[in-house]
Every structure is written in structure tokens, then in C-alpha cells.
Design a protein around this ligand. Structure first.
Ligand code: CP
Length: 309
């Protein structure tokens, strides 16, 4: 059987992405459908999570499947020295699908190569977060009415923020113009800028973040500075509050501009932005439920026609 794992967005075509968005739309209209009856999904979270784990688990519950797993790896036999390989093979004995978050880059790819069941990457280190990308794309599509020709401003930790890496790759199909706004220490890594160059993606880099910069954005994608990825905490302290979005900075924003953030937020969006009509990050997280229902069905080989039955 073809391995239907969902490990990186880079390997998915434009048609496939649009197909998954259609599925998400279908689930938003009716999230409760008993199409996973008899299926068991394992959620293995080796790193903390609120949204990703709970929205995957809600997705399975609303589709009539069952959940096993852990949200704290310290309660598992990995603390006794069990390898990731053995953990994956054991869980494959019990479940039909594994959703895994792991602190090591490449862990999801590795798991997908050894597991007899599909793996969904729920975030691997600073590398990729492809299910977040699907909900980001769905949120962009819902708010802008298109994915094509948009000005997407990514702000904050572009070095360690895996969500911006995945989103950048997915957008290669849609002729975006990216603006990367980061301090020197957290700039978009060279490998992703090279990816842009190789795929004809336009980008500009800035360090300034103010209302004149924001005025050009269709999507303002804020990110948290990823404290857990720093080896030098002094460096984290230096950069953690370098960009803070405040409501007063939105005066010149385009009317339909929307602010996204994968969340959790720490200090990078002031609370006075929450009531602003440009704020969309809470609804964005809700979209995760529908996008993840689509991904789960797809990796299990359930088609759009079948979910419409
Ligand atoms: N966006 C995201 O991955 O959030 P969690 O870490 O809470 O899952």
C-alpha cells in the first residue's frame, strides 16, 4: 500500500492542497460525521501542545473514531530508554494512524519510513508543521477569497518558527510576495530563501516593523520567539520583545488585511489587538479542526466523495 503519511507540505501538489481545502470546507459545514467508526488514532506528543493535539483529538471524536496516546512523554517507556523506532512499531500494533509531534527535525519522516501505518507530522523541531499550514491556507482562503497573488508579511522568529517554513513552501503554487520581518538573529534561514529563489517566489527582507510596513500586507503572520529552541537564553532575552504588534499600528492597514498567528502568543500581539477587526488568530485556530479532519480522512484513504455520502 502507498504510504499516505503527511510529513511535509513540500511534497503536495497545488491540486492536492486545493482538494484538502475543499474537504475542510465540507467539514466546516458539518463536522460531525461517523466516518471513522472502528478506527483508532494515536496522538504521540513528545513536545507540549494545546491546539494541535486537542484539535486533532476533537477531529477524531467528531468523526466517530477513538483516541489513544500521550501528551507527556515522561510517562512513557521512552524514559526507560525505548527508542523512537520501537515506540512507533509498538503503537502501530494498536492504532490505524499516528499523529506525532517530536522535538527532533526529521522525526516524522523517519517514523513514516518505518511505520506500517500513516504518520501525520504535528511538528518536528524547527523543521515543519504541515497540518498548521493547511489551517493557515484555509484561513487565508476564507478571509481573502483566494490564495493567489497575496502579500504575506511574516514577522518575528523566522529562524526557528516551523510554521513559517511550511507556509512558505505551500505558497509556492500561488505566486505570493513575502516580506520577511525579523531581527538579524532570527532571519529566515538561507535554505528557505534559496527555496524561494529556486521556486520563483518573490521576497523582501526588513528589520523595521511599523504602520507603514504593515500598510502593504494582505496577511500579517505574527510568530512567537521560540524560547525552547535557543541554546543561549541571553540571546532569547535580547530578541524576545523586539516586535510587539499594537492596535495603533493598524491604522494604515488594508481593509481586508487579516492578522494570523499559529499561537501560543507570548508578548508579540498586545491584547488591544484582539478586538480589532483585522485580528483573526482565534478563528484561525478553530479552522484547525476542519483542516485536520480533512488530513486525517485523506491519509486513511477516505475521499471527498465518501465524506459527502
Ligand atoms: N500552533 C500550534 O502548534 O499550537 P500548539 O503548540 O498549542 O499545538
Amino acid at each position: 500500500m502507498k504510504n499516505r503519511s503527511f510529513v511535509t507540505i513540500a511534497e503536495h501538489s497545488k491540486e492536492k492542497i486545493l482538494y484538502l481545502l475543499k474537504m475542510a470546507e465540507e467539514f466546516e459545514q458539518r463536522p460531525n460525521r461517523k466516518i471513522l467508526d472502528g478506527k483508532v488514532v494515536a496522538t504521540l506528543f513528545f513536545e507540549p501542545s494545546t491546539r494541535t493535539r486537542l484539535s486533532f483529538e476533537t477531529a477524531v471524536n467528531r468523526l466517530g473514531g477513538r483516541i489513544i496516546g500521550f501528551s507527556d512523554a515522561s510517562t512513557t517507556s521512552s524514559t526507560k530508554g525505548e527508542t523512537l523506532k520501537d515506540t512507533i512499531l509498538m503503537v502501530s500494533n494498536y492504532a490505524d494512524l499516528i499523529v506525532m509531534r517530536h522535538y527532533l527535525e526529521g522525526a516524522a519522516r523517519y517514523a513514516s519510513e518505518i511505520a506500517p501505518i500513516p504518520i501525520i507530522n504535528a511538528g518536528d523541531g524547527a523543521n515543519q508543521h504541515p497540518s498548521q499550514t493547511m489551517l493557515d491556507l484555509y484561513s487565508i482562503y476564507k478571509t481573502q477569497g483566494t490564495l493567489e497573488n497575496l502579500n504575506i508579511y511574516m514577522v518575528g522568529d523566522l529562524k526557528y518558527g516551523r510554521t513559517v517554513h511550511s507556509l512558505l513552501m505551500a505558497m509556492r503554487h500561488f505566486n505570493p510576495t513575502f516580506h520577511f520581518i525579523a531581527p538579524k538573529e532570527l532571519k529566515m534561514p538561507e535554505e528557505y530563501k534559496l527555496y524561494c529563489q529556486q521556486n520563483g517566489i518573490k521576497f523582501v527582507e526588513h528589520e523595521d516593523f511599523n504602520e507603514d510596513v504593515i500598510a502593504g500586507a494582505d496577511i500579517l503572520y505574527m510568530t512567537r520567539v521560540q524560547k525552547e529552541r535557543f541554546t543561549d537564553l541571553m540571546e532569547y532575552e535580547r530578541v524576545k520583545d523586539v516586535y510587539i504588534l499594537k492596535a495603533e499600528m493598524l491604522r494604515k492597514a488594508k481593509e481586508n488585511m487579516r492578522i494570523l498567528h499559529p499561537l501560543p502568543r507570548v508578548n508579540e500581539i498586545a491584547y488591544d489587538v484582539d478586538e480589532n477587526p483585522h485580528a483573526y488568530y482565534i478563528q484561525q485556530a478553530r479552522n484547525g479542526l476542519f483542516a485536520r479532519q480533512a488530513i486525517i480522512c485523506d491519509v486513511l484513504g477516505i475521499t471527498l466523495d465518501e465524506i459527502r455520502l
